[in-house]
Design a protein around this ligand. Sequence first.
Ligand SMILES: NC(=O)C1=CN([C@@H]2O[C@H](COP(=O)(O)OP(=O)(O)OC[C@H]3O[C@@H](n4cnc5c(N)ncnc54)[C@H](O)[C@@H]3O)[C@@H](O)[C@H]2O)C=CC1
Ligand SMILES: NCC(=O)COP(=O)(O)O
Length: 349
Amino acid sequence: MSAAPLPLALTLGEPGGIGLDVTLQAYHRHRDLPPFYLLGDADALARRAACLGIEVPIEATEPSAAAGIFARALPVVAVGHPVVGEPGRLVPADAPAVIASIETAVEHVRTGLAAAVVTNPINKHALYGAGFRFPGHTEFLGELARRFGPGPSAGGAWTPIMMLAGPELRTVPVTVHVALAAVPGLLTTDLIVETGRIVAADLAARFGLKTPRLAVGGLNPHAGENGTMGREDDEIVAPAVAALKGLGIDAFGPLPSDTMFHPAARRGYDAALLMYHDQALIPVKTIAFDETVNVTLGLPFVRTSPDHGTALDIAGTGRARPDSLVAALRMAARMAAADAAGSPAGAAA
Ligand SMILES: NC(=O)C1=CN([C@@H]2O[C@H](COP(=O)(O)OP(=O)(O)OC[C@H]3O[C@@H](n4cnc5c(N)ncnc54)[C@H](O)[C@@H]3O)[C@@H](O)[C@H]2O)C=CC1
Ligand SMILES: NCC(=O)COP(=O)(O)O
Protein backbone atom coordinates (compact mmCIF):
# COMPACT_ATOMS: atom_id res chain seq x y z
CA MET A 1 0.00 0.00 0.00
CA SER A 2 1.42 3.39 -0.96
CA ALA A 3 1.55 6.25 1.59
CA ALA A 4 -0.93 9.15 1.26
CA PRO A 5 0.57 12.04 -0.72
CA LEU A 6 1.93 14.93 1.28
CA PRO A 7 -0.47 17.89 1.31
CA LEU A 8 0.33 21.28 -0.17
CA ALA A 9 0.83 24.18 2.25
CA LEU A 10 -1.32 27.12 1.11
CA THR A 11 -0.48 30.47 2.69
CA LEU A 12 -2.98 32.94 4.09
CA GLY A 13 -2.21 35.87 1.78
CA GLU A 14 -3.64 39.31 2.53
CA PRO A 15 -6.73 38.54 4.66
CA GLY A 16 -8.50 41.68 3.46
CA GLY A 17 -8.17 40.48 -0.14
CA ILE A 18 -9.58 37.60 -2.15
CA GLY A 19 -7.19 34.89 -0.92
CA LEU A 20 -9.76 33.54 1.54
CA ASP A 21 -12.51 33.79 -1.12
CA VAL A 22 -10.63 31.82 -3.77
CA THR A 23 -9.43 29.26 -1.22
CA LEU A 24 -13.01 28.57 -0.18
CA GLN A 25 -14.36 28.58 -3.73
CA ALA A 26 -11.59 26.30 -4.98
CA TYR A 27 -12.39 23.75 -2.26
CA HIS A 28 -16.16 24.20 -2.70
CA ARG A 29 -16.23 23.79 -6.50
CA HIS A 30 -13.44 21.28 -7.17
CA ARG A 31 -13.59 17.94 -5.44
CA ASP A 32 -10.55 16.57 -7.29
CA LEU A 33 -7.92 18.99 -6.02
CA PRO A 34 -4.64 17.71 -4.61
CA PRO A 35 -4.94 17.79 -0.79
CA PHE A 36 -3.91 21.09 0.75
CA TYR A 37 -4.24 22.95 4.02
CA LEU A 38 -4.51 26.67 4.64
CA LEU A 39 -2.02 28.25 7.02
CA GLY A 40 -4.04 30.85 8.88
CA ASP A 41 -7.01 31.07 11.19
CA ALA A 42 -10.05 28.77 10.97
CA ASP A 43 -12.37 31.39 12.51
CA ALA A 44 -11.43 34.04 9.94
CA LEU A 45 -11.99 31.53 7.14
CA ALA A 46 -15.40 30.56 8.57
CA ARG A 47 -16.39 34.24 8.77
CA ARG A 48 -15.49 34.70 5.09
CA ALA A 49 -17.47 31.60 4.09
CA ALA A 50 -20.50 33.07 5.89
CA CYS A 51 -19.93 36.40 4.15
CA LEU A 52 -19.84 34.63 0.77
CA GLY A 53 -22.87 32.55 1.68
CA ILE A 54 -21.21 29.21 0.92
CA GLU A 55 -21.15 26.17 3.14
CA VAL A 56 -17.65 24.76 3.45
CA PRO A 57 -16.77 22.46 6.33
CA ILE A 58 -13.59 23.77 7.98
CA GLU A 59 -11.43 21.85 10.42
CA ALA A 60 -8.52 23.17 12.48
CA THR A 61 -5.76 20.61 12.43
CA GLU A 62 -2.04 19.82 12.18
CA PRO A 63 -0.21 19.29 8.86
CA SER A 64 0.21 15.57 9.48
CA ALA A 65 -3.59 15.08 9.62
CA ALA A 66 -4.50 17.43 6.77
CA ALA A 67 -4.44 14.94 3.88
CA GLY A 68 -6.71 12.59 5.80
CA ILE A 69 -9.20 15.37 6.60
CA PHE A 70 -9.25 16.90 3.12
CA ALA A 71 -12.06 14.75 1.71
CA ARG A 72 -14.48 15.89 4.43
CA ALA A 73 -13.30 19.40 5.38
CA LEU A 74 -10.93 22.20 4.40
CA PRO A 75 -8.02 21.79 6.82
CA VAL A 76 -6.63 24.90 8.50
CA VAL A 77 -3.33 24.95 10.42
CA ALA A 78 -2.96 27.85 12.86
CA VAL A 79 0.05 30.15 12.55
CA GLY A 80 -0.14 31.53 16.08
CA HIS A 81 -1.50 34.96 15.20
CA PRO A 82 -5.17 36.00 15.16
CA VAL A 83 -6.57 37.19 11.84
CA VAL A 84 -9.16 39.96 11.42
CA GLY A 85 -9.67 39.50 7.68
CA GLU A 86 -12.09 42.31 6.94
CA PRO A 87 -12.99 42.16 3.22
CA GLY A 88 -11.62 45.10 1.27
CA ARG A 89 -9.57 46.57 4.12
CA LEU A 90 -5.90 46.29 5.07
CA VAL A 91 -5.64 45.81 8.84
CA PRO A 92 -2.08 46.32 10.20
CA ALA A 93 -2.72 43.72 12.95
CA ASP A 94 -3.06 41.03 10.24
CA ALA A 95 0.49 41.45 8.92
CA PRO A 96 2.28 39.10 11.40
CA ALA A 97 -0.03 36.21 10.44
CA VAL A 98 0.58 36.86 6.73
CA ILE A 99 4.36 36.76 7.13
CA ALA A 100 4.27 33.80 9.52
CA SER A 101 2.18 31.76 7.10
CA ILE A 102 4.81 32.12 4.35
CA GLU A 103 7.68 31.23 6.68
CA THR A 104 5.75 28.30 8.14
CA ALA A 105 4.84 26.92 4.70
CA VAL A 106 8.51 26.85 3.70
CA GLU A 107 9.43 25.27 7.03
CA HIS A 108 6.77 22.59 6.56
CA VAL A 109 8.23 21.66 3.17
CA ARG A 110 11.75 21.67 4.57
CA THR A 111 10.78 19.33 7.41
CA GLY A 112 8.79 16.95 5.19
CA LEU A 113 5.29 17.91 6.38
CA ALA A 114 4.19 19.42 3.07
CA ALA A 115 5.00 18.73 -0.57
CA ALA A 116 5.11 22.31 -1.86
CA VAL A 117 4.28 25.92 -1.08
CA VAL A 118 1.32 27.61 -2.77
CA THR A 119 0.90 31.27 -1.89
CA ASN A 120 -2.17 33.46 -1.80
CA PRO A 121 -1.53 37.05 -2.91
CA ILE A 122 -0.11 39.61 -0.50
CA ASN A 123 -0.09 43.38 -0.36
CA LYS A 124 3.61 44.05 0.17
CA HIS A 125 3.07 47.61 1.38
CA ALA A 126 0.77 46.34 4.15
CA LEU A 127 3.59 44.12 5.47
CA TYR A 128 6.36 46.69 5.66
CA GLY A 129 5.11 48.02 9.02
CA ALA A 130 5.57 44.52 10.45
CA GLY A 131 9.21 44.32 9.41
CA PHE A 132 8.83 42.66 5.98
CA ARG A 133 11.68 43.92 3.83
CA PHE A 134 11.17 42.22 0.48
CA PRO A 135 9.45 43.50 -2.69
CA GLY A 136 7.51 40.24 -3.06
CA HIS A 137 7.27 36.54 -2.30
CA THR A 138 9.87 35.72 -4.95
CA GLU A 139 12.66 37.56 -3.17
CA PHE A 140 11.49 36.48 0.33
CA LEU A 141 11.41 32.83 -0.74
CA GLY A 142 14.92 33.17 -2.16
CA GLU A 143 16.05 34.22 1.31
CA LEU A 144 14.09 31.48 3.11
CA ALA A 145 15.64 28.90 0.75
CA ARG A 146 18.93 29.34 2.63
CA ARG A 147 17.37 27.18 5.36
CA PHE A 148 17.66 24.23 2.95
CA GLY A 149 21.43 24.75 2.74
CA PRO A 150 23.70 26.86 0.57
CA GLY A 151 22.49 27.63 -2.93
CA PRO A 152 24.51 27.52 -6.17
CA SER A 153 24.94 31.30 -6.53
CA ALA A 154 27.63 33.56 -5.08
CA GLY A 155 27.88 33.42 -1.28
CA GLY A 156 25.63 30.35 -1.11
CA ALA A 157 22.60 32.33 -2.26
CA TRP A 158 19.65 30.93 -4.16
CA THR A 159 18.48 32.81 -7.24
CA PRO A 160 14.68 32.78 -7.39
CA ILE A 161 13.28 33.36 -10.87
CA MET A 162 9.69 34.44 -11.52
CA MET A 163 7.91 32.64 -14.33
CA LEU A 164 4.30 33.16 -15.34
CA ALA A 165 3.02 29.95 -16.90
CA GLY A 166 -0.23 29.88 -18.85
CA PRO A 167 -1.65 27.22 -21.13
CA GLU A 168 -0.17 28.88 -24.25
CA LEU A 169 2.62 31.07 -22.97
CA ARG A 170 5.36 31.17 -20.35
CA THR A 171 7.12 34.44 -19.64
CA VAL A 172 10.00 35.38 -17.36
CA PRO A 173 10.85 38.93 -16.28
CA VAL A 174 14.64 39.31 -15.95
CA THR A 175 14.24 42.28 -13.62
CA VAL A 176 11.20 41.97 -11.37
CA HIS A 177 9.92 44.33 -8.68
CA VAL A 178 11.85 47.46 -9.58
CA ALA A 179 10.96 50.88 -10.91
CA LEU A 180 11.01 51.13 -14.69
CA ALA A 181 13.61 53.89 -14.48
CA ALA A 182 15.98 51.52 -12.71
CA VAL A 183 15.76 48.73 -15.30
CA PRO A 184 18.52 49.79 -17.75
CA GLY A 185 20.96 50.18 -14.88
CA LEU A 186 20.16 46.75 -13.46
CA LEU A 187 20.31 44.79 -16.71
CA THR A 188 23.58 42.97 -17.22
CA THR A 189 24.64 40.21 -19.57
CA ASP A 190 25.41 38.02 -16.53
CA LEU A 191 21.91 38.55 -15.10
CA ILE A 192 20.24 37.54 -18.37
CA VAL A 193 22.51 34.49 -18.76
CA GLU A 194 21.91 33.35 -15.17
CA THR A 195 18.14 33.80 -15.60
CA GLY A 196 18.12 31.87 -18.90
CA ARG A 197 20.28 29.12 -17.46
CA ILE A 198 17.93 28.56 -14.50
CA VAL A 199 14.83 28.71 -16.71
CA ALA A 200 16.27 26.14 -19.13
CA ALA A 201 17.35 23.83 -16.29
CA ASP A 202 13.99 23.99 -14.47
CA LEU A 203 11.92 23.60 -17.64
CA ALA A 204 13.89 20.42 -18.31
CA ALA A 205 13.84 19.02 -14.77
CA ARG A 206 10.38 20.08 -13.62
CA PHE A 207 8.33 20.62 -16.80
CA GLY A 208 9.51 17.75 -18.98
CA LEU A 209 10.95 19.97 -21.73
CA LYS A 210 14.26 18.34 -22.59
CA THR A 211 15.70 21.16 -24.68
CA PRO A 212 13.53 24.19 -24.05
CA ARG A 213 13.52 26.98 -26.63
CA LEU A 214 14.03 30.40 -25.06
CA ALA A 215 12.99 33.52 -26.96
CA VAL A 216 14.74 36.59 -25.58
CA GLY A 217 12.96 39.91 -26.01
CA GLY A 218 14.76 43.22 -26.41
CA LEU A 219 14.56 46.09 -23.97
CA ASN A 220 13.98 48.88 -26.46
CA PRO A 221 11.48 49.41 -29.28
CA HIS A 222 12.39 47.15 -32.23
CA ALA A 223 15.15 45.63 -30.08
CA GLY A 224 17.04 48.89 -30.45
CA GLU A 225 16.77 49.18 -34.28
CA ASN A 226 20.51 48.71 -34.77
CA GLY A 227 21.38 50.94 -31.88
CA THR A 228 19.33 53.92 -33.02
CA MET A 229 16.77 53.39 -30.24
CA GLY A 230 19.07 52.45 -27.38
CA ARG A 231 22.31 50.47 -27.14
CA GLU A 232 21.31 47.90 -24.46
CA ASP A 233 20.03 45.32 -26.94
CA ASP A 234 23.30 45.21 -28.88
CA GLU A 235 25.60 45.64 -25.91
CA ILE A 236 23.86 43.61 -23.14
CA VAL A 237 21.08 41.39 -24.50
CA ALA A 238 22.72 40.08 -27.69
CA PRO A 239 25.93 38.96 -25.87
CA ALA A 240 23.72 37.18 -23.31
CA VAL A 241 21.94 35.25 -26.06
CA ALA A 242 25.32 34.29 -27.53
CA ALA A 243 26.52 33.14 -24.09
CA LEU A 244 23.38 31.06 -23.55
CA LYS A 245 23.94 29.41 -26.93
CA GLY A 246 27.51 28.73 -25.85
CA LEU A 247 26.11 26.84 -22.85
CA GLY A 248 24.16 24.62 -25.23
CA ILE A 249 20.83 26.34 -24.56
CA ASP A 250 18.47 26.89 -27.48
CA ALA A 251 18.13 30.65 -27.02
CA PHE A 252 17.49 33.23 -29.72
CA GLY A 253 17.03 37.00 -29.89
CA PRO A 254 16.97 39.79 -29.01
CA LEU A 255 13.57 39.93 -30.65
CA PRO A 256 11.36 43.01 -30.88
CA SER A 257 9.23 42.48 -27.76
CA ASP A 258 6.02 43.85 -29.27
CA THR A 259 5.74 41.12 -31.90
CA MET A 260 6.69 38.08 -29.84
CA PHE A 261 3.25 37.18 -28.56
CA HIS A 262 0.95 36.64 -31.54
CA PRO A 263 -0.11 32.98 -31.87
CA ALA A 264 2.34 31.96 -34.61
CA ALA A 265 5.27 33.58 -32.78
CA ARG A 266 4.32 31.84 -29.52
CA ARG A 267 4.53 28.45 -31.18
CA GLY A 268 8.24 29.06 -31.79
CA TYR A 269 9.38 28.95 -28.16
CA ASP A 270 8.72 27.35 -24.77
CA ALA A 271 9.42 30.44 -22.66
CA ALA A 272 10.05 34.10 -23.35
CA LEU A 273 12.61 36.08 -21.35
CA LEU A 274 11.67 39.74 -21.11
CA MET A 275 13.69 42.55 -19.62
CA TYR A 276 11.18 43.96 -17.13
CA HIS A 277 8.02 43.10 -15.19
CA ASP A 278 5.28 44.51 -17.40
CA GLN A 279 6.85 43.28 -20.66
CA ALA A 280 6.50 39.76 -19.26
CA LEU A 281 3.28 39.93 -17.28
CA ILE A 282 1.01 41.93 -19.57
CA PRO A 283 0.90 39.39 -22.43
CA VAL A 284 0.39 36.31 -20.29
CA LYS A 285 -2.25 37.90 -18.05
CA THR A 286 -4.04 39.28 -21.11
CA ILE A 287 -4.13 35.94 -22.88
CA ALA A 288 -5.10 33.78 -19.88
CA PHE A 289 -5.67 35.72 -16.65
CA ASP A 290 -7.75 32.92 -15.13
CA GLU A 291 -5.45 30.01 -15.93
CA THR A 292 -1.98 31.44 -15.50
CA VAL A 293 0.23 30.43 -12.59
CA ASN A 294 3.09 32.36 -11.05
CA VAL A 295 5.85 29.83 -10.35
CA THR A 296 9.21 30.47 -8.75
CA LEU A 297 12.09 28.65 -10.46
CA GLY A 298 15.59 28.18 -9.07
CA LEU A 299 14.54 27.19 -5.54
CA PRO A 300 15.18 23.93 -3.68
CA PHE A 301 11.41 23.58 -3.21
CA VAL A 302 8.29 24.11 -5.30
CA ARG A 303 6.32 27.35 -5.02
CA THR A 304 3.36 28.34 -7.15
CA SER A 305 0.76 31.09 -6.82
CA PRO A 306 -2.24 32.43 -8.70
CA ASP A 307 -1.23 35.18 -11.13
CA HIS A 308 -3.64 37.75 -9.71
CA GLY A 309 -3.25 40.06 -6.75
CA THR A 310 -5.25 40.81 -3.63
CA ALA A 311 -8.20 42.38 -5.51
CA LEU A 312 -9.43 44.29 -2.46
CA ASP A 313 -12.17 45.76 -4.65
CA ILE A 314 -14.07 42.46 -4.87
CA ALA A 315 -13.10 40.66 -1.63
CA GLY A 316 -16.10 39.15 0.12
CA THR A 317 -18.43 39.79 -2.84
CA GLY A 318 -18.37 36.33 -4.40
CA ARG A 319 -17.00 37.73 -7.67
CA ALA A 320 -13.46 36.37 -7.30
CA ARG A 321 -12.81 33.46 -9.65
CA PRO A 322 -10.73 30.65 -8.09
CA ASP A 323 -9.43 29.25 -11.40
CA SER A 324 -5.88 30.60 -11.17
CA LEU A 325 -5.51 29.24 -7.63
CA VAL A 326 -6.87 25.89 -8.81
CA ALA A 327 -4.26 25.88 -11.61
CA ALA A 328 -1.56 26.81 -9.07
CA LEU A 329 -2.53 23.95 -6.73
CA ARG A 330 -2.54 21.42 -9.57
CA MET A 331 0.78 22.64 -10.95
CA ALA A 332 2.43 22.55 -7.51
CA ALA A 333 1.35 18.93 -7.04
CA ARG A 334 2.71 17.94 -10.47
CA MET A 335 6.00 19.74 -9.90
CA ALA A 336 6.42 18.24 -6.42
CA ALA A 337 5.79 14.79 -7.87
CA ALA A 338 8.42 15.46 -10.55
CA ASP A 339 10.92 16.60 -7.91
CA ALA A 340 10.18 13.55 -5.75
CA ALA A 341 10.60 11.19 -8.68
CA GLY A 342 13.77 12.99 -9.71
CA SER A 343 12.44 13.09 -13.23
CA PRO A 344 10.30 15.40 -15.34
CA ALA A 345 6.56 14.87 -14.93
CA GLY A 346 5.42 17.31 -17.55
CA ALA A 347 4.14 20.00 -15.19
CA ALA A 348 3.27 22.30 -18.08
CA ALA A 349 0.28 24.54 -17.43
N1 LIG B 1 1.48 36.94 -5.70
C1 LIG B 1 1.18 38.10 -5.10
O1 LIG B 1 1.35 38.23 -3.90
C2 LIG B 1 0.65 39.23 -5.90
C3 LIG B 1 0.28 40.37 -5.24
N2 LIG B 1 -0.19 41.44 -5.93
C4 LIG B 1 -0.60 42.61 -5.14
O2 LIG B 1 -2.01 42.74 -5.22
C5 LIG B 1 -2.35 44.11 -5.03
C6 LIG B 1 -3.37 44.53 -6.07
O3 LIG B 1 -2.77 44.43 -7.36
P1 LIG B 1 -3.52 44.77 -8.72
O4 LIG B 1 -2.49 45.20 -9.66
O5 LIG B 1 -4.69 45.64 -8.46
O6 LIG B 1 -4.00 43.37 -9.29
P2 LIG B 1 -5.20 42.41 -8.90
O7 LIG B 1 -4.93 41.15 -9.64
O8 LIG B 1 -5.38 42.34 -7.44
O9 LIG B 1 -6.52 43.10 -9.51
C7 LIG B 1 -6.61 43.54 -10.85
C8 LIG B 1 -8.08 43.50 -11.32
O10 LIG B 1 -8.44 42.15 -11.58
C9 LIG B 1 -9.55 41.75 -10.76
N3 LIG B 1 -9.26 40.39 -10.28
C10 LIG B 1 -8.10 39.95 -9.73
N4 LIG B 1 -8.19 38.67 -9.42
C11 LIG B 1 -9.43 38.26 -9.76
C12 LIG B 1 -10.12 37.01 -9.65
N5 LIG B 1 -9.54 35.91 -9.14
N6 LIG B 1 -11.40 36.97 -10.08
C13 LIG B 1 -11.99 38.05 -10.60
N7 LIG B 1 -11.38 39.25 -10.75
C14 LIG B 1 -10.12 39.35 -10.32
C15 LIG B 1 -9.60 42.76 -9.61
O11 LIG B 1 -10.90 42.87 -9.08
C16 LIG B 1 -9.08 44.01 -10.28
O12 LIG B 1 -10.13 44.65 -10.94
C17 LIG B 1 -1.04 44.90 -5.04
O13 LIG B 1 -0.71 45.21 -3.72
C18 LIG B 1 -0.03 43.91 -5.62
O14 LIG B 1 1.27 44.10 -5.12
C19 LIG B 1 -0.32 41.44 -7.28
C20 LIG B 1 0.01 40.31 -7.99
C21 LIG B 1 0.50 39.12 -7.35
N1 LIG C 1 3.22 40.91 -10.33
C1 LIG C 1 3.66 39.72 -9.74
C2 LIG C 1 3.71 39.86 -8.30
O1 LIG C 1 3.66 40.93 -7.76
C3 LIG C 1 3.87 38.64 -7.52
O2 LIG C 1 5.13 38.62 -7.02
P1 LIG C 1 5.55 37.56 -5.93
O3 LIG C 1 4.85 37.95 -4.70
O4 LIG C 1 5.16 36.23 -6.45
O5 LIG C 1 7.02 37.75 -5.86
